[in-house]
Design a protein around this ligand. Structure first.
Ligand code: SAH
Length: 212
C-alpha cells in the first residue's frame, strides 16, 4: 500500500472511531485528495485530523468537522447544496460526490481562483462557484435543499434561511466568536427547528467582497 493510501485508511478508521459511520461520507473523504487543497509545504499533514492554514489567513477544516457537517446535512444524491465559504474547495469537493450540484461562494478572489483551478483539475464538474458575499446568498439558484456555512456567524442569516427549501437543512457554526456551536436548522413549511450539535471553532463570516 502506498504511503498516502495508508494514511487515508488510518484517517477513515479514526473518523469511524469518532462515530462517523456513513460509508458514503467516509468513502468521499478517502476519494478526495486533501493534499491537493493545501500548501505544498504542509502536504505531509494532509491526512492528519487537523485544520490547516490556507491563503488569506483562512483555514481548511479538520476532516472530522468536514465529516460531521456533511453527516448533519443528511444528503441525498438528488440534492442541490449551497456552501458559504469555499476556502480551499475541499468541503465543496466532498459534497460534490454526494449531491447533485454544489453552489459555493467565497469573498477572497485569490482563494476563489485557486479553488477554481483545483476543482477543474479534479474534474469535479457539478460544482458552480461565485466570488461574492455569502450574506446575499445565491438568489438566482435558490431555493436549496441544503445550505452549509463554513464560517462563524453570530446568528443564523435570515436571507439564507429564506433561500432554503421546505424540508431543507442548514448547518452553520453559530454564536459569539470563540463560543460557537455547530447548529442544525430544519425547515418544515414555515416551521423552523434549531438544534445545537457540538462546540466548534471557525474563522468568522465577514460581509462584502475582500479587497484582495
Ligand atoms: N470550506 C472551506 C474552509 C472555509 S474557511 C474549505 O473546505 O477549505 C471559511 C471561508 O469563508 C474563508 O475562505 C472565508 O474567506 C470565507 N468567507 C468569510 N465570510 C464570507 C462571506 N461573507 N461570503 C463568502 N465567503 C466568506
Amino acid at each position: 500500500m502506498s504511503d498516502t493510501s495508508e494514511k487515508k485508511v488510518r484517517l477513515t478508521m479514526l473518523l469511524r472511531s469518532q462515530a462517523i459511520l456513513s460509508s458514503s461520507i467516509l468513502s468521499a473523504i478517502e476519494t478526495i485528495p486533501r493534499e491537493k487543497f493545501i500548501d505544498h509545504a504542509l502536504r505531509h499533514h494532509a491526512y492528519e485530523n487537523a485544520s490547516l492554514p490556507i491563503a488569506c489567513g483562512q483555514t481548511i477544516s479538520q476532516p472530522y468537522i468536514v465529516a460531521k457537517m456533511t453527516e448533519a446535512l443528511e444528503l441525498k444524491s438528488r440534492h442541490v447544496v449551497l456552501e458559504i465559504g469555499t476556502g480551499s474547495g475541499y468541503q465543496a469537493s466532498v459534497l460534490s460526490l454526494l449531491a447533485r450540484r454544489v453552489y459555493t461562494m467565497e469573498r477572497h478572489r485569490l482563494l476563489f481562483v485557486e479553488a477554481r483551478n483545483r476543482l477543474a483539475k479534479l474534474k469535479l464538474t457539478n460544482i458552480t462557484m461565485r466570488l461574492g458575499d455569502g450574506f446575499v446568498g445565491w438568489p438566482e439558484a435558490a431555493p436549496f435543499d441544503r445550505i452549509i456555512i463554513t464560517c462563524q456567524v453570530e446568528k443564523l442569516p435570515e436571507v439564507l434561511v429564506k433561500q432554503l427549501k421546505s424540508d431543507g437543512i442548514l448547518i452553520a457554526p453559530v454564536g459569539p466568536t470563540g463560543k460557537e456551536f455547530l447548529t442544525k436548522l430544519t425547515k418544515k413549511g414555515e416551521v423552523i427547528h434549531v438544534e445545537r450539535l457540538i462546540s466548534v471553532r471557525f474563522v468568522p463570516m465577514i460581509p462584502g467582497i475582500a479587497d484582495a
